[in-house]
Design a protein around this ligand. Sequence first.
Ligand code: ADP
Ligand code: MG
Length: 254
Amino acid sequence: MSALGTPAEADEQRVLRLEGVRKSFGDRPVLSGIDLTVDAHEVIALIGASGSGKSTLLRTINLLEQVDDGRILLTGTDITDPRVDADAVRARIGIVFQHYNLFPHLSVLDNVTLALRHVHRTKKADADRRGLDLLAQVGLADFARSYPDRLSGGQQQRAAIVRALASDPEVLLLDEITSALDPELVGEVLELVRELGASGTTILMATHEMAFARDVATHVVFLDAGVIREQGTPEQIFGSPRDPRTRAFLDRVT
Ligand code: ADP
Ligand code: MG
């Protein structure tokens, strides 16, 4: 028997696979042939200077940007196939952005259950039960009926993470989710990400938090001008980077 399992199992293990992904804005190449694999339960930190293409990479996975070339497989399905239903794909992916993206006119609980009710057609009572349970797990049960502006920035980002997780996505994409927060609020959000990673959530996160990436990521990917220059374990990337561009970047930011 093969230790690699059947092809179907390999597909299941491989949550995301980007193959030769290219994207330009006008005549400016922003992603220049990205090959990247995210396996189940990995926590991948995407690092790189501002403008290196991290957000664009995450946005192509969530089909917020169309790729010019290459393909993206989500658990074996080519989601860049034009015939694919983008909403159905997005329902399988959780994404959280830098700026809190809770709807201000909805309670925290309604924010969390919105996709469950409208995309996944879950009954209100069931969606509310799941939402309350998730909010309780992150210590936000008391805020379920509050509007987002009653929450601190850190609490809002934790609620946004809960909302992204409510539909049980195959992968969680996090785009610099602590960069807009006051420094004293960063810790509680990173702590939640750490717990999610430890409990097996598959995470691909763009981050400026190098100490956090070193501590929590299972794999680190350094993006430089739309190219993956180097990738490896946190120990290798932070401890003994091979590429001079990686070294120069880390010297600047650490
Ligand atoms: P990062 O997240 O690493 O800072 P981005 O993916 O946001 O990088 O941006 C990469 C490059 O693409 C930047 O030069 C940015 O100005 C450009 N860019 C991003 N989005 C757009 C857009 N919608 N139109 C034109 N240029 C864009
Ligand atoms: Mg960005």
